[in-house]
Design a binder for this molecule. Structure first.
Ligand SMILES: [Zn+2]
Length: 383
């Protein structure tokens, strides 16, 4: 089995028998209420999905990641994992060694060491991480909306976030690793998505599955833009698709609890490293991975992998072109495998696709499986 990033799978959940002690201690500590994005980061640190991180980043790691895409110890890491607070809160917690982290319903999730409280330059972070200072970019807008101070330190997770949905599909890295092992898979490819799976993506997954033992379909269900299709409808569309068109003994569906940052190339690296922690050996990188609008070039998220050696990354990226059904070829293909011009290609723009589904029209079966189209139509109409 592939080693986690940094060599060891982190687990920051505290022992059951220490819970009372931690809850008791939290009563005398300052409170920080954290949002959905922070909660998803917190959960991923605690479960080891973000190994080797053991908490929110201190200044030395933050600076190194923003400027060099590496942690202070030299390991690759492309996205700052930070907890921001405003000036008032920063002053309040400075004299404490620990704080309690709470969700919006005042549920204690974790205790965190306060090892570092520091100011940071939001524009530098935006420019380096997102390649733009434009506040219209959703990832940049989030950074600009944060407090002016970051706090860094290890976390001690007391209980899981209060998830209401997809409970049977929330596998932590230790659990996906155990499943892979039980299935006897040595090589596993991960597919990241925040969209329904149409024929084009099914084709990429199956091309990859021809050369590895197993496929992890790992849809992101954390915070996304409000115009993305709801996670509930997407999950339903994956299930009907897998039921009918995928070999049951070679796939695993599990939700990926990360929040989208729309960081394009840097987020592609992050998505790959994190999948290594889940036990995957290969990772599919399509065109414009984790992009938004026109902020990144079509292949930027593939090119960035060239900046690192295989020893640095360990997980193997698989780069793909857009795929389509070609009526001349009579099969799914891409620009790499089809010799024809675009006229025999069955292609729908996102706008056309949404318009058809909204009207209750099934998309061509060469574009979407009819079962998937039906779920999406139902989802659009109940909206
Ligand atoms: Zn063709």
């Amino acid at each position: 089995m592939i080693k986690p990033h940094g060599g060891m799978l982190i687990n920051r959940y505290i022992d059951e028998n220490k819970k009372d002690e931690f809850i008791e201690k939290s009563n005398s500590l300052p409170k920080i209420t954290i949002d959905d994005k922070n909660i998803s980061d917190l959960e991923m640190i605690a479960s080891g999905a973000m190994s080797p991180l053991t908490g929110f980043m201190k200044q030395n790691d933050y600076n190194s990641v923003v400027n060099n895409m590496r942690l202070n110890n030299g390991l690759i890491w492309s996205i700052p994992i930070t907890l921001a607070v405003d000036e008032e809160k920063a002053n309040e917690i400075k004299s404490f060694q620990q704080v309690g982290l709470y969700d919006e319903n005042n549920r204690l999730l974790a205790i965190m060491d306060v090892e570092d409280v520091y100011k940071y330059d939001k524009e530098v972070e935006a420019e380096k991480v997102f390649r733009t200072k434009d506040g219209e970019h959703p990832g940049v807008a989030y950074v600009y909306s944060q407090g002016d101070y970051l706090i860094g330190g290890d976390i001690y997770m007391i209980q899981k976030p209060d998830h209401e949905d997809f409970l049977e599909y929330r596998l932590d890295p230790a659990e996906t690793r155990a499943r892979f092992e039980a299935n006897g898979w040595d090589t596993i490819v991960a597919f990241q998505t925040r969209n329904p799976i149409h024929r084009a993506h099914e084709y990429l997954q199956k091309c990859a599955l021809e050369i590895v033992d197993g496929l992890l379909i790992h849809p992101l269900v954390g915070r996304t833009k409000s115009d993305d299709i709801s996670a509930e409808i997407r999950m339903k569309s994956y299930l009907v698709l897998m039921d009918k068109y995928y070999p049951e003994n070679r796939i695993l569906l599990s939700v990926f609890p990360a929040a989208m940052r729309y960081g394009g190339p840097r987020e592609a690296i992050f998505h790959a490293l994190v999948r290594k922690n889940y036990g995957c050996t290969h990772f599919i990188v399509g065109r414009d991975h984790a992009g938004v609008g026109n902020y990144y070039g079509t292949y930027d998220a593939q090119h960035i992998f060239k900046e690192f050696s295989h020893e640095d990354l360990d997980i193997t990226p698989l780069f793909f072109e857009h795929a389509f059904y070609c009526t001349e070829c009579g099969n799914m293909a891409s620009a790499k495998t089809c010799p024809h011009d675009a006229s025999p290609h069955v292609f729908l723009s996102g706008t056309k696709l949404r318009a058809m589904l909204r009207k209750g029209e099934r998309t061509p079966k060469e574009f979407s499986r009819p079962e998937v189209a039906d779920v999406l139509i139902e989802g659009m109409q109940s909206k």
